[in-house]
Design a protein around this ligand. Structure first.
Ligand code: ATP
Length: 572
């Protein structure tokens, strides 16, 4: 006899029951057969009875208990099967790995980790930010003693300050920015950077809303004092780039003064700038105001770091905000002005924006805006005559006239170039023109054709041995880099022309008239009253959608500004 009590099982065996299959008598197995095979052996004249298989062990019974109380078709709540016809036996509950499953899992992981990083974003926001808040030191207005004024921009005043409690100590050497309402965005960006890529930007200490002043409310942002000089200050010296040599390399190079030595210093500065940009871009932040004035030399780490994140956009959570009064610096701004297509509606909320961020990033490649500005800085480092504001503005005009084609610009200016300009071309032409190639891949009209910071860092320009000493793999990488820089719209035109030349009905290619049809996406039709009415209706519809989108944007923007503010500490 077999009895089931609760989840435990007690089986009493009597030899007379050995041919029978006992039935479970207690709930939930009422009437369910419990297979028990019993073997009887005679060893030394003694009869021994043993259970060979008891229709599943105790674990099975526990499992059956839970499955048995479920609701559903008999074979979904009870695992039916036959020990003889093994294929009908229930399948193992273990994880079964299949090829489509692996592909799907890899796809999901790649999506979640693709720039700007959905998964790291959630980790950052819900774990790192939270933990940081618990442990970081907090400051109040009275903790600081104001020192020298360092600068004054459109949205704030910057002072050198020290801590009231420890005046004179190294760790109290700080910089304070008193910013207007837009300081909230800057605090957000600096905190994000501190957690994701601290070495890219000036070391941020703390930011809070200071309510006690007569004004509406002022954001106070505190950084460690990085150093006295920005790249702009250093570039204005006649001695550039030699004046930065010892600062970044620690010692003066054992090389005679000349193009080679200058090239090495410029390479190092550019590499440090691209490294900082790569850190920002990998975490989904686009700076939008990259210029020599916003690149500070950090005396502590002997590297150039980025400052002033007031105009930055965080595309991981959809903060793409520029106050109306803010003008991107036209001297260094890329021709597109906007980092996201104007067709992209602003994301509805932070979680949705985060989930969609890899798609939007790939569609717009917003990081290439900063790359254009970094390219102009590279150009200024190579050409001393382009370092002043007026000469840069003039260069921008010339480049615009050449359709933002640097090769075209070179063709127009080189024949009548002065010695300074010619020297710049010579510097970029070193090592088979590898510097010029990198520069032209950064300064391009179309954002999609510009290189990324990561790809630029892998460019052979930064290999010490130069182009001639490239290994097979480096050469392959260079070819790949060049292939990704091609303008594929030109290639499409070329294919169409080729088809036109070879196309005859006899040869089976396209004829000119067929190609004409291919080129014209919409065949021209004669206007009719019906068509005009339809066109007007469509125009009206487009206008309504645009107005709706704009109002949604406004609402979102307002909601988002509240959303940032929640993260900013307030001084009580
Ligand atoms: N961490 C720092 N260490 C040393 N100096 C700094 C630091 N941060 C800012 N500065 C100095 O303060 C100046 C102004 O800083 P910042 O560009 O952030 O202010 P801003 O008000 O946005 O100015 P602008 O609008 O002109 O860009 C910088 O040019 C630099 O000289």
């Amino acid at each position: 006899m077999a009895t089931v009590t609760g989840v435990g099982v007690t089986i009493g065996l009597r030899s007379r029951l050995k041919s029978k299959t006992p039935t479970v008598s207690s709930s939930p197995f009422i009437g369910r057969k419990l297979e028990i095979r019993i073997s009887t052996k005679f060893v030394a004249g003694k009869k021994t009875v043993s259970v060979v298989r008891a229709g599943g062990d105790v674990l099975d019974l526990v499992h059956h208990l839970f499955v048995g109380v479920g609701v559903g078709l008999p074979c979904t709540v009870m695992e039916c099967g036959d020990i003889i016809y093994r294929s009908t036996l229930p399948k193992s509950n273990g994880l079964t790995i299949t090829a489509p499953g692996v592909v799907l899992a890899l796809g999901a992981i790649s999506y979640l980790w693709a720039t700007p990083g959905v998964a790291p974003g959630f980790w950052d926001m819900f774990v790192l930010a939270f933990v940081e808040r618990l442990f970081r030191p907090t400051y109040r207005k009275d903790d600081f003693v104001l020192g020298k004024k360092l600068g004054e921009g459109s949205f704030g005043v910057v002072y050198r300050v020290s801590l009231a409690k420890k005046p004179g100590s190294k760790e109290s050497d700080l910089v304070l920015k008193k910013a207007s309402e837009y300081g909230a965005v800057e605090i957000w960006m600096n905190e994000r950077v501190r957690r994701a890529c601290a070495s890219s930007c000036a070391d941020f200490v703390y930011g809070f809303l200071e309510n006690s002043s007569r004004k509406k409310g002022e954001y106070w942002l505190i950084w460690r004092f990085e150093g006295e000089a920005t790249l702009a200050d250093l570039m204005l010296s006649k001695d550039f780039p030699y004046n930065v040599e010892a600062m970044i390399l620690g010692e003066v190079q054992d090389l005679p003064k000349g193009l080679e030595r200058e090239n090495k210093i410029i390479q190092t500065v550019l590499r440090q700038l691209l490294f900082a940009l790569d850190g920002l871009h990998s975490t989904g932040i686009v700076h939008r105001d990259i210029k020599p004035q916003n690149i500070i030399f950090s005396e502590g780490s002997r590297t150039f770091k980025i400052i002033d994140l007031g105009a930055a956009a965080d595309l991981r959570v959809g903060i793409n905000y520029i106050p109306k009064e803010f003008l991107l610096d036209p001297r260094y701004a890329a021709p597109e002005q906007y980092i996201m297509s104007t067709q992209t509606p602003s994301a509805p909320s932070a979680p949705v924006a985060t989930a969609l961020s890899p798609v939007l990033w790939q569609m717009n490649l917003p990081d290439r805006f900063d790359i254009y500005s970094a390219g102009l800085i590279f150009l200024q480092m190579a050409f001393p005559s382009l370092r002043t504001d007026s000469s840069l503005i003039q260069f921008n005009r010339q480049l615009k006239r050449c359709g933002y084609d640097l090769a075209e610009w070179r063709k127009t200016v080189e024949p009548r170039a002065g010695s300074e300009l010619r020297r710049g071309f010579e510097l970029l032409d070193l090592d088979g023109g590898i510097g010029w190639e990198l520069l032209t891949s950064m300064v391009r009209y179309k954002a999609r054709q510009r290189t990324s910071a990561k790809a630029a860092l892998a460019h052979p320009y930064f290999d010490r041995e130069g182009l001639l000493a490239l290994s097979f793999m480096q050469n392959l990488r260079l070819q790949l880099f060049r292939a990704t820089q091609q303008d594929y719209s030109e290639a499409a035109k070329w294919v169409i022309n080729l088809m036109a030349k070879s196309g005859t009905k006899k040869d089976g290619g396209f004829t000119e008239s067929q190609l004409q049809e291919l080129r014209e996406v919409e065949p021209k039709k004669k206007a009719s009253a019906q068509r005009n009415a339809l066109a007007s209706a469509l125009r009206l519809q487009r206008k309504i959608v645009k107005t709706l989108n704009e109002s949604m944007d406004q609402l979102n923007r307002r909601r988002k500004s509240l959303w940032w503010s929640r993260w900013i500490p307030r001084e009580e």
